[in-house]
Design a protein around this ligand. Structure first.
Ligand code: EPU
Length: 430
């Protein structure tokens, strides 16, 4: 198992390029199940999660091939396969999105229930509600979702849950509705850029989706989708993580291949911290203050502040002037990084679904443990600025969603070593 050894306190400089968006590429790859013909996807990041979804799609009878550094080709070759097994689904929750396309295209699906994960319970009731509304017969049996349908039928579906819209729930239902008979209206649809990207991809393949980026989506079902060549959007979460890397190390770095419009809430919050940004085309230069102001923030569905950048800004605010209040409105328990940041000298108290962050002068390096993807990124950011050496164990979490993060940060002047350790620093608490 790999760990990172981070030598803190170094200034960064130069440019770093953001890769393609993991959370757009994943559902778009799955959407290829709906397509007759070849799909060529560009700007697909080389990540563990992308490899995992490729594996699942192969089991479902697709040819999935990386034909270039960032290009992936997909094609259906055996449409009789309809089962996504537990061993694979348990490695990647996004695989539950195969349900809608399998039902719509192959009339049947047997997909393992994904189960909980470290950031929360993560139910899929909205996915099932939407697919049932389209006419699917769904049963949960022996840990599997068993679903059948002749041709799905368009209808009106309200897809809001206790925490608002659902990203992958919207993806699942929108994909299924693309091949349904008649018109589907999804109300309280997710507006995230990754869902917009999925809708644009489907339209490129011949789907008829309107209202993209708005909470009411109208999908007019078509009989068939055809192959397409499509470029995935840049990863806004990776971009935000690098912008914080510049701010936290007080370094003027430039992040390229960014769509600033996808990061409005994040940039606004960072400006409240005192960070300035110089935008030029699709690049953003960070102009950091000596020490950030404390800010309050609440994570919300897009266009609100993203939960996937909550842990990283918490690491930044750990050294702010004053007290910040950070409230999670998407995953109330997504605070695994709090205790680990505490090991580095941060003063953070969790209070229900909030964290009270009392800024300290400095952090000090310590052995810490990555628990999930974004929490791991927060620990790497803290390690960049902490005095001394930080060891981040179990970095396979970070490899799920950040392409060569240590290489990219080292190219900016950081000093991060990836080393193999036979036994992790310590076991994750049970
Ligand atoms: N929810 C329900 N019922 C459902 C589905 C969701 O109650 O059927 C709840 C969830 O428990 C949560 C909220 O609704 O409280 C929003 O969850 P959502 O469905 O939007 O999350 P997701 O689609 O499972 C995606 C991303 C996550 C990201 C969230 C929120 C992918 C592959 N995953 O998950 O990304 O945090 O949206 O933006 O797109 C990550 O990349 O690190 C990651 C966890």
């Amino acid at each position: 198992m790999d760990k990172f050894i981070i030598h803190g306190g170094r200034k960064l400089k130069g440019k770093v390029k953001v890769s393609g968006a993991k959370n757009a590429a994943l559902p778009i790859m799955v959407a290829s199940l709906l397509v007759d013909g070849k799909v060529t996807l560009r700007n697909v990041p080389d990540l563990r999660d992308i490899a995992s979804i490729g594996e699942i799609l192969r089991v479902l009878g697709m040819r999935v091939e990386r034909t270039g550094a960032t290009t992936v080709e997909l094609e259906n070759v055996d449409e009789k396969r309809v089962e996504a097994p537990y061993e694979l689904v348990s490695t990647l929750r996004a695989s539950v999105c195969t349900l809608g396309p399998l039902l719509a295209k192959r009339g049947r699906a047997r997909v393992s229930m994904p189960g909980g994960c470290v950031i929360g319970v993560r139910p899929i009731d909205l996915h099932l509600k939407g697919l049932r509304a389209l006419g699917a017969r769904i049963e949960i049996k022996h840990g599997y979702i068993e679903a059948r349908a002749r041709r799905l039928k368009g209808t009106e579906i309200y897809l809001g849950g206790p925490y608002g819209s659902s990203v992958l729930g919207t993806a699942n239902v929108m994909m299924a509705a693309s091949l349904a008979e008649g018109e589907t209206v999804i109300e309280n649809a997710a507006c995230e850029p990754e869902i917009q990207d999925l809708a644009h991809f489907l339209n490129r393949c011949g789907a008829r989706i309107e209202g993209i980026g708005r909470p009411i989506l109208v999908i007019r079902g078509v009989r068939k989708l055809h192959g397409a060549d499509y470029r995935v959007i840049p990863d806004r979460i990776e971009a935000g993580t690098f912008l914080i890397a510049g701010a936290i190390t007080r370094s003027r770095i430039t992040v390229t291949n960014v769509r600033a419009r996808h990061l409005a809430a994040f940039l606004d919050k960072m400006r409240s911290c005192g960070v300035e940004f110089a935008r030029k085309g699709n690049s953003i230069e960070v102009i950091p203050p000596r020490r950030p102001n404390a800010v309050d923030l609440i994570t919300l569905p897009y266009p609100g502040y993203p939960t996937d950048l909550q842990a990283q800004i918490t690491a930044y605010l750990a050294c702010a002037k004053g007290i910040s209040l950070i409230t999670e409105k998407i995953y109330p328990d997504r605070f695994m990084h709090v205790a680990e940041l505490g090991r580095m000298g941060a003063n953070i108290r969790k209070e229900g679904s909030s964290a009270i962050v009392r800024g300290v002068e400095r952090l000090s390096g310590a052995p810490v443990m990555a628990s999930d993807l974004r929490a791991s990124a927060a620990l790497v950011l803290a390690g960049l600025v902490a005095q001394g050496t930080t060891e981040v164990g179990r970095v396979y979490h970070i490899d799920r969603g950040y392409e060569k993060i240590e290489e990219k940060l080292n190219a900016l002047g950081a000093k991060i070593e990836r080393v193999w350790e036979k036994y992790p620093v310590r076991d994750a608490p049970q």
